[in-house]
Structures are given as structure tokens and as C-alpha cells.
Design a protein around this ligand. Sequence first.
Ligand SMILES: *Cc1c(COP(=O)(O)O)cnc(C)c1O
Length: 349
Amino acid sequence: MLTRDKMRSTTRSFEKYYNPELHGEIRMDTNTNVLGNNPAASAALRDLDIDINGYPNTYSDGLRDALAELYGLERDNFVVGSGSDEMLDVSFKTFTEWGDTCVSPVPSYTLYNYFIELNGGKAVNVDLDEDFQLDVDAMLAPKGKVMIMPSPNNPTGNTFRTKDLEEILVRTDGIVIIDEAYGEYAKESMISKVNEFDNLIVLRTFSKAYAMAGLRVGYAVAGRSVAEMMTCVKIPYSLNMVSEIAATAAVKDQEFIRKSVEMVNEQRPYLDAGLRKLGFETFHSDSNFIMARSPIDHAELVSGLKRKGVMIRDFGAKRRTENCIRTTIGTKELNDIMLEKMAEVIQGC
Ligand SMILES: *Cc1c(COP(=O)(O)O)cnc(C)c1O
């Protein structure tokens, strides 16, 4: 048996990622699109007639051109790869030196510390305020070489104030990564500002609103200088040909995204009211999920629901989200099923 001291020192404490056992449950735990497969991407996959013997385009120019047109930017403002998780990895690989301090807020996405430490950085986590908004001075105090925050934030659901993000961008010498994994659902985005702030990186994904998590496509948007640096560091050909074709088709057909956002906007107040009626304390969401504090023990709620065939995500054992769960906002039918099962679990308690 090999022991962990054989591992790179910065990775010895790592544990496996969320990997639940599945028995055909309704998945309200991953914030993917509840309307199902992206139709334009599916159609492109059905019609595939490609030369898989050749390499894909080195930097996925077809997809980058489609994104440039969507946002009114240039191809060279984009770096695409295998999920926004690869773009996170590339960002830290490009900008952090061994031992550099990197700052992220708490509570937020748990994978940030993993990517920071994997790349030799020192993760410093700074508390959000009572309303889960950024404490700008506290975020700047550790003088991070890289700062990273999701907006809308996961798991809390709210966006951060644009003026706070801009203040951080102006006052730091470091790189600032805004992870807009749920950006399609939010009212504001930093993408239009990548040519204004040369230390800004915005991350987006095809895993959530685009309903393509299985194809692993994500992208970074940045000023041309930062985008070029990241392009030089990224593993060439990391985005495969099949995924690039599907993603390009999806970008060119925005109707599904519009419909998905409209559905979420309609169902958000409905689910929020339903949760409150059951005794949950709910938190403001600008995304396709809601965080809520459970009226019964979080672990009992989550495991009881799983036995009834519905999965939600448990954040109840973590500081600042004590006894909280996170659930994806479903269609009316899905929300009704979940609320009914929740009521049964709570009554049985
Ligand atoms: C889901 C999610 C991602 C997506 O990662 P992919 O690698 O693109 O699937 C990134 N950041 C946050 C905050 C997320 O919730």
C-alpha cells in the first residue's frame, strides 16, 4: 500500500468530489437545465459527419467566432476549453507562483480552493457580509495575486453588486476572476467590461443554462493580453471536435436559452413561496437555484427526500450555511413534486 506522502505535498489532503450513488432520482442537486437537452446541440450531434482522424482546430476558432458575434467582441477575447473548470485551472496555472495568496469569498464554490492549492497557491477565504454580499476591504486586505468569486454566487444564489466588483478590479494589482456559471439567469454581467479592465477574467459554462454539462464546454472572456497568456498555457486540443460543434450550434440558437430563463423567472417566486410555507427561510436568488434554511435537520431532510426519489444538495454542515440546503428551480411539475415530498419528510419528523 502506498501512503499519501508519495503525493505532491499540496494535494495530500484532497478528497474525492461529490459522487452520489444514483437510483433514478429526480436531480435537483446539480443546477443543470430542467428543460432537458439543448435542442440545437442535439440536432448538430445527430447530423455529425466529421473526420475524427484529424485533430480539432487548435483553439476552437469556430466556437470562439460564434461567441464573439454573440457578445460583440473579438475572437481573441475568448479562450475555450473542457468545462469552465478547465478555465479555472488554466487561470491559476497562468498567474500563480508557488505559495502565492489567492482569495475567494465564503460561502462560495468549493472547487476554488482545490484549483488554488493544486497549482501551489495559498487559499485565503474571506467571509461575505450578512446579506452574502462582498466585503470589499476584507477581500482586498490579503493582497491576493488572484481573486476569484462567482456571481451569481453558488450556493447562496445572489449576484454581487457591480460597483463592488469594479472597485475590487480598480484597487487590486492582481487578476480578478468573476465566475458567471449562472450568468445567463442574472440581470448584469461583467463580460462587456473585459476591454475596460485588463485584469478581469469572466468565466462562463455550457453546463447550466445551455443544458450541455455532459459535453464539458466552458470559456473565459478577457482582454486580449490576458486571453493570449491563458491560450499559451492551456493544453492544446483540450476541447474535442464533437463538443465544439454542439456548443457552436447552441450559441447560434438563443431561443432555448431565452425560454429557459423565462421559465426560471416564472418559477422562482412560486418555489420560494412554497418553501416558505413549509417553514424554510429562503435567500434571495438571481439564479436557477434557491438556498434555504431547513425547518428540520438538514441531513434528515436531504436523506429523507432522496429515499422519496428527489435529490437536493446539503450545505447544512458548513459554516455560514448552517442547516441550509440548495435546490435547483424546476418546472411547475417538478417543483410541485419536490414540495410535496418535502412536506411528507417534514411531517414524518
Ligand atoms: C456548475 C459550476 C461551474 C461549472 O463548471 P463546468 O466545469 O463548466 O461544468 C463553475 N462554477 C460554478 C460556481 C458552478 O456552480
